[in-house]
Ligand binder design. Structure first.
Ligand SMILES: *Cc1c(COP(=O)(O)O)cnc(C)c1O
Length: 449
Protein backbone atom coordinates (compact mmCIF):
# COMPACT_ATOMS: atom_id res chain seq x y z
CA UNK A 1 0.00 0.00 0.00
CA UNK A 2 1.56 3.33 -0.94
CA UNK A 3 1.51 6.10 1.61
CA UNK A 4 0.40 8.66 -0.96
CA UNK A 5 -3.09 7.25 -1.43
CA UNK A 6 -3.41 6.30 2.24
CA UNK A 7 -5.55 8.84 3.99
CA UNK A 8 -6.07 8.54 7.69
CA UNK A 9 -9.69 9.32 8.29
CA UNK A 10 -10.85 12.06 10.67
CA UNK A 11 -11.54 9.51 13.41
CA UNK A 12 -8.63 7.18 12.83
CA UNK A 13 -9.24 3.52 12.03
CA UNK A 14 -7.22 1.26 9.78
CA UNK A 15 -5.18 3.16 7.22
CA UNK A 16 -7.00 1.98 4.13
CA UNK A 17 -6.88 4.15 1.03
CA UNK A 18 -10.05 6.22 1.21
CA UNK A 19 -11.13 5.72 -2.36
CA UNK A 20 -13.63 3.94 -4.56
CA UNK A 21 -11.65 1.53 -6.70
CA UNK A 22 -13.07 -1.13 -8.99
CA UNK A 23 -10.55 -3.57 -10.46
CA UNK A 24 -13.14 -6.23 -11.42
CA UNK A 25 -16.87 -6.21 -11.98
CA UNK A 26 -18.91 -6.85 -8.82
CA UNK A 27 -18.78 -9.67 -7.86
CA UNK A 28 -15.20 -10.39 -8.89
CA UNK A 29 -14.05 -14.00 -9.28
CA UNK A 30 -12.85 -14.52 -5.70
CA UNK A 31 -16.00 -13.03 -4.25
CA UNK A 32 -18.04 -15.23 -6.59
CA UNK A 33 -16.25 -18.31 -5.25
CA UNK A 34 -17.27 -17.41 -1.72
CA UNK A 35 -20.85 -16.73 -2.81
CA UNK A 36 -20.95 -20.19 -4.42
CA UNK A 37 -19.75 -21.75 -1.16
CA UNK A 38 -22.29 -19.64 0.72
CA UNK A 39 -25.11 -20.90 -1.50
CA UNK A 40 -24.06 -24.49 -0.82
CA UNK A 41 -23.37 -24.17 2.92
CA UNK A 42 -25.48 -21.35 4.36
CA UNK A 43 -29.26 -21.49 4.74
CA UNK A 44 -31.03 -19.80 1.84
CA UNK A 45 -32.99 -17.56 4.22
CA UNK A 46 -29.82 -15.65 5.14
CA UNK A 47 -29.55 -13.11 2.32
CA UNK A 48 -26.93 -10.51 1.40
CA UNK A 49 -27.05 -7.03 -0.11
CA UNK A 50 -23.58 -6.62 -1.68
CA UNK A 51 -22.25 -9.67 -3.54
CA UNK A 52 -18.68 -9.39 -2.24
CA UNK A 53 -16.27 -11.15 0.10
CA UNK A 54 -15.31 -8.47 2.62
CA UNK A 55 -11.70 -8.64 3.82
CA UNK A 56 -11.10 -5.27 5.52
CA UNK A 57 -13.01 -2.10 6.36
CA UNK A 58 -12.32 1.30 7.84
CA UNK A 59 -12.99 5.00 7.40
CA UNK A 60 -15.61 4.99 4.65
CA UNK A 61 -14.63 1.91 2.65
CA UNK A 62 -15.00 -1.87 2.57
CA UNK A 63 -12.35 -3.85 0.67
CA UNK A 64 -13.24 -7.09 -1.06
CA UNK A 65 -11.19 -10.19 -1.84
CA UNK A 66 -10.74 -9.10 -5.48
CA UNK A 67 -9.08 -5.82 -4.53
CA UNK A 68 -12.13 -3.63 -5.02
CA UNK A 69 -12.69 -0.78 -2.57
CA UNK A 70 -16.35 0.05 -2.08
CA UNK A 71 -17.81 3.16 -0.44
CA UNK A 72 -19.79 2.16 2.65
CA UNK A 73 -23.05 4.08 3.04
CA UNK A 74 -24.65 1.45 5.30
CA UNK A 75 -22.32 0.87 8.29
CA UNK A 76 -23.42 -2.78 8.50
CA UNK A 77 -26.94 -1.45 9.21
CA UNK A 78 -26.05 1.49 11.46
CA UNK A 79 -23.57 -0.48 13.57
CA UNK A 80 -20.10 0.88 12.74
CA UNK A 81 -21.12 4.48 13.39
CA UNK A 82 -17.67 5.16 14.87
CA UNK A 83 -15.97 3.68 11.84
CA UNK A 84 -15.00 0.07 11.36
CA UNK A 85 -12.22 -1.26 13.60
CA UNK A 86 -11.94 2.04 15.46
CA UNK A 87 -8.48 2.02 17.10
CA UNK A 88 -9.81 2.53 20.64
CA UNK A 89 -12.27 -0.33 20.20
CA UNK A 90 -9.58 -2.60 18.72
CA UNK A 91 -7.19 -1.89 21.61
CA UNK A 92 -9.87 -2.50 24.23
CA UNK A 93 -10.95 -5.77 22.62
CA UNK A 94 -7.37 -7.02 22.28
CA UNK A 95 -6.58 -6.26 25.92
CA UNK A 96 -9.75 -7.91 27.22
CA UNK A 97 -9.59 -11.01 25.03
CA UNK A 98 -6.09 -11.77 26.36
CA UNK A 99 -7.31 -11.40 29.96
CA UNK A 100 -10.45 -13.56 29.93
CA UNK A 101 -13.12 -14.19 27.31
CA UNK A 102 -16.07 -15.27 29.47
CA UNK A 103 -17.07 -16.07 33.00
CA UNK A 104 -20.83 -15.48 32.66
CA UNK A 105 -21.82 -12.32 34.50
CA UNK A 106 -24.51 -14.26 36.38
CA UNK A 107 -21.84 -16.65 37.73
CA UNK A 108 -18.76 -14.47 38.33
CA UNK A 109 -19.41 -10.76 37.77
CA UNK A 110 -16.75 -8.46 36.31
CA UNK A 111 -16.19 -4.73 36.25
CA UNK A 112 -16.75 -3.87 32.57
CA UNK A 113 -20.42 -4.99 32.63
CA UNK A 114 -21.09 -2.70 35.60
CA UNK A 115 -19.14 0.07 33.85
CA UNK A 116 -21.30 -0.23 30.73
CA UNK A 117 -24.46 -0.14 32.87
CA UNK A 118 -23.20 3.00 34.64
CA UNK A 119 -22.33 4.62 31.30
CA UNK A 120 -25.74 3.81 29.79
CA UNK A 121 -27.52 5.10 32.89
CA UNK A 122 -25.57 8.34 32.47
CA UNK A 123 -25.87 8.95 28.70
CA UNK A 124 -29.50 7.93 28.09
CA UNK A 125 -32.22 10.62 28.24
CA UNK A 126 -33.46 11.85 31.63
CA UNK A 127 -31.70 12.48 34.93
CA UNK A 128 -33.87 10.14 37.03
CA UNK A 129 -32.33 7.08 38.74
CA UNK A 130 -31.75 4.38 36.12
CA UNK A 131 -30.57 0.80 35.89
CA UNK A 132 -29.52 -1.36 32.95
CA UNK A 133 -29.32 -5.01 31.90
CA UNK A 134 -27.18 -6.28 29.02
CA UNK A 135 -28.01 -8.78 26.27
CA UNK A 136 -26.61 -10.02 22.94
CA UNK A 137 -28.84 -8.60 20.22
CA UNK A 138 -31.40 -5.93 19.62
CA UNK A 139 -34.27 -8.41 19.46
CA UNK A 140 -33.22 -9.87 22.80
CA UNK A 141 -33.19 -6.40 24.36
CA UNK A 142 -36.70 -5.71 23.04
CA UNK A 143 -37.96 -9.05 24.40
CA UNK A 144 -36.54 -8.19 27.80
CA UNK A 145 -37.97 -4.67 27.80
CA UNK A 146 -41.41 -6.22 27.29
CA UNK A 147 -40.81 -8.80 30.04
CA UNK A 148 -39.78 -6.01 32.43
CA UNK A 149 -42.78 -3.80 31.55
CA UNK A 150 -45.22 -6.69 32.05
CA UNK A 151 -43.71 -7.64 35.38
CA UNK A 152 -43.79 -4.03 36.59
CA UNK A 153 -47.34 -3.16 35.49
CA UNK A 154 -48.82 -6.65 36.05
CA UNK A 155 -50.52 -6.10 32.68
CA UNK A 156 -50.02 -7.99 29.40
CA UNK A 157 -50.92 -6.08 26.24
CA UNK A 158 -48.29 -4.30 24.16
CA UNK A 159 -48.87 -1.69 21.46
CA UNK A 160 -46.48 -1.32 18.52
CA UNK A 161 -46.91 0.89 15.46
CA UNK A 162 -47.51 0.68 11.74
CA UNK A 163 -44.17 0.35 9.88
CA UNK A 164 -42.39 -0.64 13.12
CA UNK A 165 -39.41 -2.98 13.19
CA UNK A 166 -38.26 -4.65 16.40
CA UNK A 167 -36.51 -7.87 15.36
CA UNK A 168 -36.84 -11.43 14.12
CA UNK A 169 -37.45 -13.56 17.25
CA UNK A 170 -40.98 -14.74 17.94
CA UNK A 171 -42.11 -11.88 20.19
CA UNK A 172 -40.31 -9.28 18.10
CA UNK A 173 -41.75 -10.64 14.84
CA UNK A 174 -45.15 -10.02 16.37
CA UNK A 175 -44.12 -6.43 17.12
CA UNK A 176 -42.68 -5.92 13.63
CA UNK A 177 -45.17 -4.68 11.03
CA UNK A 178 -43.89 -5.92 7.69
CA UNK A 179 -44.75 -9.47 6.61
CA UNK A 180 -42.20 -9.90 3.80
CA UNK A 181 -39.48 -10.83 4.46
CA UNK A 182 -39.64 -10.72 8.26
CA UNK A 183 -42.74 -12.72 9.22
CA UNK A 184 -44.22 -14.53 6.26
CA UNK A 185 -44.70 -18.23 7.03
CA UNK A 186 -43.07 -17.96 10.47
CA UNK A 187 -46.20 -17.74 12.65
CA UNK A 188 -48.05 -18.27 14.88
CA UNK A 189 -46.93 -15.10 16.59
CA UNK A 190 -47.02 -14.06 20.24
CA UNK A 191 -50.40 -12.90 21.52
CA UNK A 192 -51.48 -9.64 23.15
CA UNK A 193 -49.70 -7.46 20.58
CA UNK A 194 -51.72 -4.62 19.04
CA UNK A 195 -50.86 -2.11 16.32
CA UNK A 196 -51.56 1.62 16.29
CA UNK A 197 -51.26 4.15 13.44
CA UNK A 198 -48.01 6.10 13.21
CA UNK A 199 -47.41 9.75 12.41
CA UNK A 200 -46.09 9.69 8.82
CA UNK A 201 -46.16 13.36 7.75
CA UNK A 202 -45.36 12.71 4.08
CA UNK A 203 -48.28 10.32 3.70
CA UNK A 204 -50.89 11.18 6.36
CA UNK A 205 -50.78 14.98 6.26
CA UNK A 206 -51.61 15.12 9.98
CA UNK A 207 -49.99 17.29 12.63
CA UNK A 208 -48.27 15.50 15.51
CA UNK A 209 -51.11 16.13 17.98
CA UNK A 210 -53.71 14.99 15.41
CA UNK A 211 -51.79 11.78 14.69
CA UNK A 212 -51.32 11.15 18.43
CA UNK A 213 -55.05 11.62 19.05
CA UNK A 214 -55.80 9.05 16.35
CA UNK A 215 -53.29 6.55 17.78
CA UNK A 216 -54.49 7.04 21.36
CA UNK A 217 -58.09 6.57 20.27
CA UNK A 218 -57.19 3.23 18.65
CA UNK A 219 -55.30 2.20 21.80
CA UNK A 220 -58.12 3.19 24.17
CA UNK A 221 -60.88 1.62 22.09
CA UNK A 222 -59.16 -1.56 20.91
CA UNK A 223 -56.89 -2.40 23.85
CA UNK A 224 -57.75 -0.32 26.92
CA UNK A 225 -55.23 1.25 29.29
CA UNK A 226 -56.22 -1.24 32.02
CA UNK A 227 -54.80 -4.07 29.93
CA UNK A 228 -51.82 -2.29 28.46
CA UNK A 229 -48.31 -2.91 29.84
CA UNK A 230 -46.25 -1.00 27.28
CA UNK A 231 -46.13 1.11 24.16
CA UNK A 232 -43.01 0.48 22.09
CA UNK A 233 -41.91 2.78 19.30
CA UNK A 234 -38.79 3.74 17.37
CA UNK A 235 -38.50 7.56 17.75
CA UNK A 236 -37.48 7.59 14.08
CA UNK A 237 -38.36 4.37 12.33
CA UNK A 238 -35.43 2.51 10.83
CA UNK A 239 -36.44 -0.47 8.72
CA UNK A 240 -39.88 1.11 8.21
CA UNK A 241 -38.43 3.94 6.11
CA UNK A 242 -36.73 6.50 8.36
CA UNK A 243 -40.14 7.98 9.13
CA UNK A 244 -39.77 11.07 11.33
CA UNK A 245 -43.00 11.66 13.27
CA UNK A 246 -44.55 15.12 13.19
CA UNK A 247 -43.66 17.43 16.06
CA UNK A 248 -45.73 16.76 19.14
CA UNK A 249 -46.60 13.14 18.30
CA UNK A 250 -44.10 11.46 20.62
CA UNK A 251 -44.56 13.86 23.57
CA UNK A 252 -48.34 13.28 23.45
CA UNK A 253 -47.84 9.51 23.53
CA UNK A 254 -45.41 9.76 26.45
CA UNK A 255 -47.86 11.96 28.35
CA UNK A 256 -50.71 9.51 27.78
CA UNK A 257 -48.56 6.56 28.90
CA UNK A 258 -47.49 8.34 32.08
CA UNK A 259 -51.09 9.19 32.94
CA UNK A 260 -52.21 5.60 32.38
CA UNK A 261 -49.50 3.52 34.09
CA UNK A 262 -48.24 2.29 30.71
CA UNK A 263 -44.48 1.84 30.23
CA UNK A 264 -43.21 3.91 27.28
CA UNK A 265 -40.35 2.05 25.56
CA UNK A 266 -38.20 3.88 23.00
CA UNK A 267 -36.53 1.35 20.71
CA UNK A 268 -33.34 3.28 19.90
CA UNK A 269 -31.48 0.28 18.52
CA UNK A 270 -31.00 1.97 15.15
CA UNK A 271 -31.25 5.65 16.19
CA UNK A 272 -28.92 5.48 19.20
CA UNK A 273 -25.34 6.56 19.80
CA UNK A 274 -24.88 9.79 17.83
CA UNK A 275 -26.50 8.43 14.67
CA UNK A 276 -29.11 11.22 14.52
CA UNK A 277 -26.86 14.08 15.63
CA UNK A 278 -27.98 13.63 19.24
CA UNK A 279 -26.78 10.83 21.48
CA UNK A 280 -30.34 9.43 21.26
CA UNK A 281 -33.22 10.39 18.99
CA UNK A 282 -35.45 10.86 22.05
CA UNK A 283 -33.30 13.94 22.73
CA UNK A 284 -34.36 15.38 19.35
CA UNK A 285 -38.00 15.27 20.39
CA UNK A 286 -37.50 16.24 24.03
CA UNK A 287 -38.98 13.02 25.37
CA UNK A 288 -37.88 10.91 28.33
CA UNK A 289 -38.74 7.24 27.79
CA UNK A 290 -39.39 4.95 30.76
CA UNK A 291 -37.24 2.27 29.11
CA UNK A 292 -34.87 2.49 26.17
CA UNK A 293 -33.46 -0.40 24.15
CA UNK A 294 -30.03 -0.07 22.53
CA UNK A 295 -27.77 -2.27 20.40
CA UNK A 296 -26.26 -1.68 16.90
CA UNK A 297 -23.94 1.34 17.43
CA UNK A 298 -23.27 0.55 21.10
CA UNK A 299 -19.98 -1.36 20.86
CA UNK A 300 -18.19 -0.46 17.63
CA UNK A 301 -19.39 -3.64 15.90
CA UNK A 302 -19.20 -6.13 18.75
CA UNK A 303 -22.52 -7.83 19.60
CA UNK A 304 -24.08 -6.16 22.64
CA UNK A 305 -27.51 -4.82 23.52
CA UNK A 306 -29.13 -3.25 26.54
CA UNK A 307 -32.32 -2.22 28.28
CA UNK A 308 -31.95 0.95 30.37
CA UNK A 309 -34.64 2.71 32.33
CA UNK A 310 -36.28 3.87 35.50
CA UNK A 311 -34.82 1.96 38.44
CA UNK A 312 -38.22 1.07 39.92
CA UNK A 313 -39.31 -0.50 36.62
CA UNK A 314 -35.99 -2.25 35.93
CA UNK A 315 -36.01 -3.67 39.50
CA UNK A 316 -39.51 -5.16 39.24
CA UNK A 317 -38.19 -8.54 38.14
CA UNK A 318 -37.31 -11.20 40.74
CA UNK A 319 -33.60 -12.17 40.95
CA UNK A 320 -32.70 -14.63 38.20
CA UNK A 321 -35.60 -13.47 35.99
CA UNK A 322 -33.35 -11.62 33.56
CA UNK A 323 -30.08 -12.63 31.97
CA UNK A 324 -28.53 -15.10 29.55
CA UNK A 325 -25.30 -17.06 29.21
CA UNK A 326 -23.48 -14.52 27.07
CA UNK A 327 -25.35 -11.29 27.87
CA UNK A 328 -22.82 -8.53 28.54
CA UNK A 329 -19.87 -10.62 27.36
CA UNK A 330 -16.63 -9.04 28.69
CA UNK A 331 -15.09 -8.53 25.22
CA UNK A 332 -18.25 -6.77 23.99
CA UNK A 333 -18.36 -4.69 27.18
CA UNK A 334 -14.74 -3.59 26.73
CA UNK A 335 -15.61 -2.53 23.19
CA UNK A 336 -18.69 -0.65 24.41
CA UNK A 337 -16.72 1.27 27.05
CA UNK A 338 -14.22 2.33 24.38
CA UNK A 339 -17.00 3.23 21.94
CA UNK A 340 -18.98 5.25 24.48
CA UNK A 341 -15.81 7.11 25.46
CA UNK A 342 -15.25 7.96 21.79
CA UNK A 343 -18.87 9.13 21.46
CA UNK A 344 -18.40 11.41 24.44
CA UNK A 345 -14.99 12.85 23.49
CA UNK A 346 -14.68 12.98 19.69
CA UNK A 347 -17.52 15.40 18.77
CA UNK A 348 -19.37 12.72 16.86
CA UNK A 349 -22.67 14.57 17.33
CA UNK A 350 -21.16 17.47 15.41
CA UNK A 351 -19.84 15.10 12.75
CA UNK A 352 -23.29 13.50 12.35
CA UNK A 353 -24.78 16.96 11.75
CA UNK A 354 -22.13 17.70 9.11
CA UNK A 355 -23.00 14.44 7.36
CA UNK A 356 -26.69 15.42 7.53
CA UNK A 357 -25.97 18.77 5.86
CA UNK A 358 -24.09 17.09 3.01
CA UNK A 359 -26.67 14.35 2.46
CA UNK A 360 -29.66 16.69 2.58
CA UNK A 361 -28.22 19.35 0.31
CA UNK A 362 -27.00 16.82 -2.25
CA UNK A 363 -30.31 14.94 -2.34
CA UNK A 364 -32.33 18.17 -2.53
CA UNK A 365 -30.00 19.37 -5.28
CA UNK A 366 -30.98 16.43 -7.47
CA UNK A 367 -34.42 18.06 -7.94
CA UNK A 368 -35.75 14.77 -9.26
CA UNK A 369 -39.56 14.56 -9.14
CA UNK A 370 -39.26 10.82 -8.47
CA UNK A 371 -37.81 11.70 -5.04
CA UNK A 372 -41.03 12.34 -3.13
CA UNK A 373 -39.44 13.04 0.22
CA UNK A 374 -36.00 13.47 1.80
CA UNK A 375 -36.02 13.13 5.57
CA UNK A 376 -34.10 12.11 8.67
CA UNK A 377 -31.56 13.48 11.11
CA UNK A 378 -27.79 13.26 11.35
CA UNK A 379 -26.19 10.38 9.48
CA UNK A 380 -29.60 8.70 9.14
CA UNK A 381 -31.16 10.21 6.02
CA UNK A 382 -33.57 8.65 3.53
CA UNK A 383 -35.01 9.39 0.12
CA UNK A 384 -38.48 8.02 -0.65
CA UNK A 385 -39.05 7.21 -4.34
CA UNK A 386 -42.47 7.63 -5.90
CA UNK A 387 -44.23 7.79 -9.22
CA UNK A 388 -44.35 11.58 -9.74
CA UNK A 389 -47.76 11.37 -11.40
CA UNK A 390 -49.57 9.45 -8.68
CA UNK A 391 -47.35 9.65 -5.59
CA UNK A 392 -47.49 5.86 -5.41
CA UNK A 393 -44.39 4.13 -3.97
CA UNK A 394 -41.90 3.06 -6.65
CA UNK A 395 -40.15 -0.03 -5.30
CA UNK A 396 -38.87 -1.09 -8.73
CA UNK A 397 -36.99 2.20 -9.24
CA UNK A 398 -35.58 1.98 -5.71
CA UNK A 399 -34.29 -1.56 -6.24
CA UNK A 400 -32.79 -0.62 -9.62
CA UNK A 401 -30.94 2.40 -8.19
CA UNK A 402 -29.58 0.40 -5.24
CA UNK A 403 -28.42 -2.41 -7.51
CA UNK A 404 -26.70 -0.02 -9.89
CA UNK A 405 -24.92 1.73 -6.99
CA UNK A 406 -23.53 -1.54 -5.67
CA UNK A 407 -22.34 -2.53 -9.16
CA UNK A 408 -20.50 0.82 -9.24
CA UNK A 409 -18.89 0.25 -5.85
CA UNK A 410 -21.23 2.10 -3.48
CA UNK A 411 -23.05 0.08 -0.83
CA UNK A 412 -26.51 1.54 -0.19
CA UNK A 413 -29.39 -0.07 1.69
CA UNK A 414 -33.10 0.10 0.94
CA UNK A 415 -35.94 0.06 3.45
CA UNK A 416 -39.57 1.02 3.91
CA UNK A 417 -42.83 -0.87 4.16
CA UNK A 418 -43.29 -0.33 0.44
CA UNK A 419 -39.61 -1.02 -0.38
CA UNK A 420 -39.32 2.45 -1.92
CA UNK A 421 -36.77 4.12 0.35
CA UNK A 422 -33.00 4.32 0.05
CA UNK A 423 -31.43 4.92 3.43
CA UNK A 424 -28.06 6.55 3.94
CA UNK A 425 -26.25 5.40 7.09
CA UNK A 426 -22.59 6.21 6.47
CA UNK A 427 -20.02 5.68 9.19
CA UNK A 428 -19.12 9.01 10.80
CA UNK A 429 -15.50 8.28 9.88
CA UNK A 430 -16.23 8.68 6.16
CA UNK A 431 -14.22 11.54 4.60
CA UNK A 432 -16.41 14.24 3.01
CA UNK A 433 -14.90 13.66 -0.44
CA UNK A 434 -15.87 10.00 -0.36
CA UNK A 435 -19.40 10.80 0.79
CA UNK A 436 -19.72 13.23 -2.14
CA UNK A 437 -18.38 10.61 -4.54
CA UNK A 438 -20.89 8.06 -3.22
CA UNK A 439 -23.68 10.56 -3.83
CA UNK A 440 -22.36 11.25 -7.36
CA UNK A 441 -22.79 7.54 -8.03
CA UNK A 442 -26.32 7.56 -6.59
CA UNK A 443 -27.19 10.56 -8.79
CA UNK A 444 -25.85 8.86 -11.90
CA UNK A 445 -27.71 5.63 -11.09
CA UNK A 446 -30.94 7.58 -10.64
CA UNK A 447 -30.44 9.50 -13.89
CA UNK A 448 -29.86 6.24 -15.75
CA UNK A 449 -32.83 4.39 -14.20
C1 LIG B 1 -32.00 -3.88 14.09
C2 LIG B 1 -33.12 -3.51 14.98
C3 LIG B 1 -33.64 -4.42 15.93
C4 LIG B 1 -33.14 -5.83 16.05
O1 LIG B 1 -31.79 -5.89 16.40
P1 LIG B 1 -30.98 -7.25 16.17
O2 LIG B 1 -29.65 -6.99 16.80
O3 LIG B 1 -30.91 -7.45 14.69
O4 LIG B 1 -31.75 -8.33 16.84
C5 LIG B 1 -34.65 -3.98 16.76
N1 LIG B 1 -35.14 -2.72 16.66
C6 LIG B 1 -34.68 -1.84 15.78
C7 LIG B 1 -35.23 -0.46 15.75
C8 LIG B 1 -33.67 -2.20 14.89
O5 LIG B 1 -33.23 -1.33 13.98
Amino acid sequence: MSTIDTVTTPLGGPSLPQERRLVTSIPGPRSQQLLDRKAAAVAAGVGHTAPIEAVAAGGGVILDADGNSLIDLGSGIAVTTLGNAHPKVVAAVQAQVAQFTHTCFMISPYESYVGVAEALNRVTPGDHVKKSALFNSGAEAVENAIKIARKYTKKQAVVAFDHGYHGRTNLTMALTAKAMPYKSGFGPFASEIYRAPLSYPYRDGLTGPEAAKKAISVIEKQVGADNLAAVIIEPIQGEGGFIVPAEGFLPALVEWCTANNVVFIADEIQTGFARTGEMFASDLFGITPDLITTAKGIAGGMPLAAVTGRAEIMDASHAGGLGGTYGGNPVACAAALAAIEAFETEDLLGRAREVEAILKSRLAGLQDPRIGDVRGHGAMIAAEFVDPATGEPDAALTAAVAKACIAEGVIVLTCGTYGNVIRFLPPLSIPDALLHEGLDVVAAALAAA
